[in-house]
Design a protein. Structure first.
Length: 582
């Protein structure tokens, strides 16, 4: 089945979709390049890929289906497993007695059609569809998984009502038996798998007066996932304690642990924290995906001058690179990404962390243990005797750790670390408050990165223009001018563009309750320690003075970087303001 260039040309001319002269020019180019007319028209922007598919559908007489008009039953959707559907863009949507109708982007993908035929034993009837339809159907996979998980949990929760009716004074052996009971094993396993499917970063299991609330943090925002009967509380906590190798009969003190889980697509490490509360023990699990390696600075959201400053600092053999931001702002991921860049055979890298979130090859990672006196400061003292070239300290929390990090940088090491401040410029006064002498900071600090995480817009988004009055409500004209300059410097705007040509985007929530956002990306400010910044540091400059000077020298603030990303359609202005003003 193939549409010739002649047939395609004839149909497009008849339909008036593209001007005849443009078609003739494209036909000449197609002959010169040895490509099809359709490919050339798509590359020129005269037709979209989906419009070309609809034309092929009409010319070939193959039915075209819009899957957005279908609510595909879960049993039919699951005939083709989600990984295969996603990889090959093939969706099962209608089943007859002896045949299965499948929607595809490429009906000439005979290998996929044959594979589904062998698996089902049915005659396969291929239909053409568009990319939006495929995306919509793939979301239905997620929803059917949610329904399935909810059903399993409801069923299994009903079975444990009798088992855990009186659990206040149970012995360690009784708790262990409860933890190994099949319904509880299934419930906990399902909760964990559900969280992985949803892309959650944290699971909160919170005992209330009459029920247990389960919440997932997805893209930085907590969502209620489900409620369980109160009688399940002790058994679920016991099961998690068994997995994490924690004390079952200790209910008065907080406990921390860790365990791993493998699914078909992911290997996930769960960091567990259990805290006694008024109604029972609350459990929070942080999900750390061990297969999520290979981040780059570009993927994290760094670009232009910001990225150049970081690469320049990473080429140094001595000094300190600091990352600042609140908890959950992606500091650790940025640290590991920089370590990955520095991880070469000719250097020795050692870290002291709390906790070790990702295991990295060829890097010597040490975890602090304050209960036995092994702190960041003690760990750092030992690291400098291990002949390292590069040292990563998970966090500078006190004056002793700060002083040791400074000394390590002065004695020929490159030191990477994080600090809890609201901005890059705020890190300097914070270190001085910890007791570090300004002249030592001037000699060692190379660059300070401030960051937050914003949610990314989905592909389906609405574009809108902003005038001067609207801009004034969002941020200062200087902030817009800085973001505009960055866009122009990176050649993302036309040479004659003005501020009034900036367009922003807002989310278009989906019919299934999705809010129009998926995944997250960083917004950054990168403060390079220049001679003028050093002079301010020596004279104990305030955060505002340091930031003002850095902005004069071309530093994009987090707000300005957020406006840059909003103008590119990566995120929305509302999301940037929400994150920066937190």
């Amino acid at each position: 089945m193939h549409v010739s260039d002649g047939e395609l040309k004839e149909f497009i001319i008849d339909s008036g979709l593209v001007a005849k002269k443009e078609i003739d020019d494209a036909l000449e180019e197609a002959k010169t390049r040895g490509q099809s007319l359709g490919d050339i028209l798509v590359s020129r922007g005269s037709l979209t890929e989906d419009a070309l598919r609809r034309i092929h559908s009409y010319v070939l007489g193959i039915p075209f289906v819009n899957l957005k008009e279908f609510r595909i039953p879960a049993d039919i959707l699951s005939v083709i497993p989600e990984p295969i559907a996603r990889t090959h863009n093939i969706i099962a949507y209608k089943k007859n007695e002896d045949s299965l109708e499948v929607a595809m982007l490429d009906v000439e993908d005979l290998a996929s059609i044959d594979s589904v035929r062998k698996k089902t034993g049915l005659k396969i009837l291929p239909r053409l569809t568009d990319t939006e339809s495929v995306k919509y159907a793939l979301l239905q996979y997620q929803k059917s998984l949610k329904d399935e998980f909810g059903g399993i949990i409801a069923t299994e929760a009903g079975k444990i009502r009798v088992i855990a009716e009186d659990n206040k004074d149970l012995s360690s052996d009784d708790l262990k038996k409860m933890a190994e009971d099949l319904p509880i094993v299934r419930i906990v396993d399902t909760l964990l798998r559900h969280a992985i499917v949803q892309g959650a970063s944290d699971i909160h299991i919170e005992p209330m007066e009459t029920e247990v609330l389960v919440r997932y943090r997805i893209d930085g925002i907590l969502h209620d996932a489900m409620t369980l009967p109160k009688t399940a509380a002790a058994s679920i906590v016991a099961r998690i304690k068994v997995l994490s190798n924690l004390k079952l009969d200790e209910k008065r003190l907080p406990q921390d642990g860790r365990f791993k889980m493998e699914t078909e697509a992911d290997r996930v490490s769960f960091r567990v924290s259990i805290l006694p509360t008024f109604f029972g023990e609350k459990t929070v699990m942080r999900l750390l995906r061990e297969t999520g390696e290979g981040f780059t600075l570009e993927v994290l959201g760094l670009h232009g001058e910001n990225m150049e400053r970081i690469h320049s600092a990473l080429k140094q053999t001595t000094g300190i690179i600091l990352i600042s931001g609140p908890t959950g702002s992606g500091k650790t991921t940025t640290l590991y990404t920089m370590l990955d860049i520095l991880n070469q055979p000719d250097v020795n890298i050692s870290t002291v962390e709390d906790p070790i979130e990702y295991q990295m090859k060829r890097i010597n990672q040490t975890q602090v243990n304050p209960t036995i006196g092994f702190t960041f400061a003690n760990g750092l003292r030992s690291l400098v005797r291990q002949d390292p070239d590069i040292i990563m300290v998970g966090e500078i929390r006190d004056g002793e750790t700060a002083s040791l990090a400074i000394n390590a940088a002065l004695t020929g090491h490159l030191v990477l670390s994080t600090i809890h401040t609201n901005s890059a410029a705020g890190a300097i006064p914070r270190l001085i408050d910890m007791g570090v002498e300004p002249f030592l900071l001037v000699s060692t600090v190379r660059v300070i990165i401030g960051q937050r995480l914003v949610r990314k817009l989905c592909d389906n988004k609405e574009e809108y223009a902003v005038d001067a009055a609207m801009r004034a409500k969002i941020a200062s004209e200087d902030d817009f001018a800085a973001a505009f300059k960055s866009l122009k410097d990176e050649k993302l705007l036309k040479a004659d563009a003005t501020l009034n040509d900036l367009h922003f985007y807002r989310p278009m929530p989906g019919a299934g309750g999705e809010d129009g956002y998926k995944s997250r990306i960083g917004i950054h400010e990168v403060l390079a320690v220049t001679p003028t910044i050093r002079d301010l540091m020596l004279h104990s400059g305030t955060t505002d003075a340091l930031e003002a000077q850095a902005k004069k020298e071309g530093m994009l603030t987090m707000l300005q970087d957020g406006l840059y990303k909003a103008a590119r359609g990566i995120t929305s202005v509302e999301e940037v303001l929400r994150t920066v003003n937190e």
